[in-house]
Design a protein around this ligand. Sequence first.
Ligand code: PLP
Ligand code: LYS
Length: 461
Amino acid sequence: MTGADAAAPDAGESPSVRRVGDWDADRLADLAAEHGTPLYVQDLDRVRENCERLLAAFPGADVRYAVKAHTGRRVLEAVRDAGLDAECASAGEVDRALAAGFGGDRLHYTAVNPPARDLDYVVGVAEAEPDLTVTAGAVDTLDRLAERGYDGRVCVRVNPGVGAGHHEKVRTGGAAKFGIPYDRAADAARAAAERFDVVGIHAHAGSGIDPDQLDSHRELVARMGELARELTDPDPAGGAAGVGDAPAPLDLDYVDVGGGFGVPYEEDEPPLDLPAVAEATREAVAPLPAGVDLAVEPGRYVVADAGVLLTRVNTVKPTPDERVVGVDAGMTDLLRPAMYDAYHPIRNLGGGRGSDGGDAPAPEERGATAVTVAGPICETGDTLCRDRALADPVRGDLLAVGVAGAYGYEMASQYNSRPRPAEVALDDGTATVARRRERLADVTSTERAETATEPATEGGR
Ligand SMILES: Cc1ncc(COP(=O)(O)O)c(C=O)c1O
Ligand SMILES: N[C@@H](CCCC[NH3+])C(=O)O
C-alpha cells in the first residue's frame, strides 16, 4: 500500500515535536498511582499524528513502519489504520504484524543473518500471503530461501558504503554486516531475478540521523537512485537489453532508502525539518524510472515522542561527589542511556515527601539540583542521567523520562531477574493496559517443570 492510498492527511497540522514538558503531569501522576511504576505510557493519538506527518511529507511514497521500534499490538493497529506498511526484522515481528492485521501486501521482512526457524516461518507465511516481500542482504540468504522452495517477492539489500546515526553502534550503512556491497549489488540483483521476483532494492543509513548528517543520507539516496536506473535500464550501454551479454532490465516496484529520521531528545534540540528531508530525498533519488516508487521505513519517528517512562524515586543519597537519586526503573526498562550514553529528558513531577514527613513543595517551587538518576540494577552503568539539573528530587517523587516510546520497552530485559514493566496505551484520552506488568513467575516461566519437556530447538511458534 502506498502513502498516497491512505486518507489524505493535512501536512504540518500537529506539532512536529512533543517534549516531556508537554505531557499532562496530573494525568501521568494518576496513571502511576493506578498502575504502579515503572510504567510506560504510549499515546496512540500522537502515534497517529506522527504517521500523518510522514505520509504528508512523502506523498506517493511507500511508508513502512519499522516495527522493531515498538511492537505493541495497539501501536501496530494504529499504524496499520493510518496506512503505513510494516517492516519486520524477525519472524516474531512478522507474527505480530500479521496478528495486528497487516496483510501480506503490507509486510516486508528484512532478513539479517536469519536463523533457520525464522526463514522456515516466513516462507510458510508467504505460501498463504504471496504478496509478502523478503529483503535479503546476502547471497547466502537468497540461497537459503531458494532451498526452502521460495520463489516469491524479493528485495535486494545493498550496503551503500555510507552511513549515519546517533551512535556508531546504530550506523548501519557502510557496516559490512548489512547488505551486499554496492559494487556487487547490480550483479547480485540480476542473478536473484533468475530465481525470484525481484521487486525492489533497499539500503538503510542508520538510526537517529541528525540534521547535520543529512549529507550522508542524501549520498545514500543518490547512490540508490543510480542503482535503480542501472537495473531498470532497457538499453544498457546502448546495447539491446537481454540480447547477447546485455543484462535484461529488472521490473522494480520500488527503491527503499530506509528509515533513521531522528527526533530531538534534548529539550532545546530543534526537530528535524521533515518536509525538507523528504524534498532532499526526492531530489537525490531522481529521476526514478517509470513505475519505480520511493519507499522509506521510519521507526523512531513514529513512536519516540509518543512515549514516556514513569519511575518513582525511592532513595536520595547525597555523597561528596554527587547527589544520587535512586529510582525503580533501570537499564532493564530503558537500556538506551547505558548502551549508547543516550540522553533522555527527565521531568520531576513531584508528589514525594519532605524531610518533615509532609508533602514536599511542588517541583516548580524547588531549586534545581544536579543529580545522577540511578536504577536498581547491579551495574555501574545503570543510570538514566548523570550531573543533570532537576527540580530537587525527594523520596516518593515521580519522574517522567521523555521520548521513551522508541526502543524503550522493546529493549527491556529481565536481567537481575527483574520483571519487565507495564505499559498503558492512551487512545483518545482513554487509558488501557497494553502490556501487563510482568511478575516474578514470568521470569522463571521457561524453566518450570511443565515446560521442561518442550524441545529446546522450538521457538514456541
Ligand atoms: C532495516 C532498517 N529499517 C528501518 C529502521 C528504522 O530506523 P529508525 O527507527 O531509526 O527510523 C532500522 C533501524 O535502524 C533498520 O535497521
Ligand atoms: N536501538 C537503537 C536503534 C537501532 C535501530 C535498529 N537498527 C536505539 O535505541 O537508538
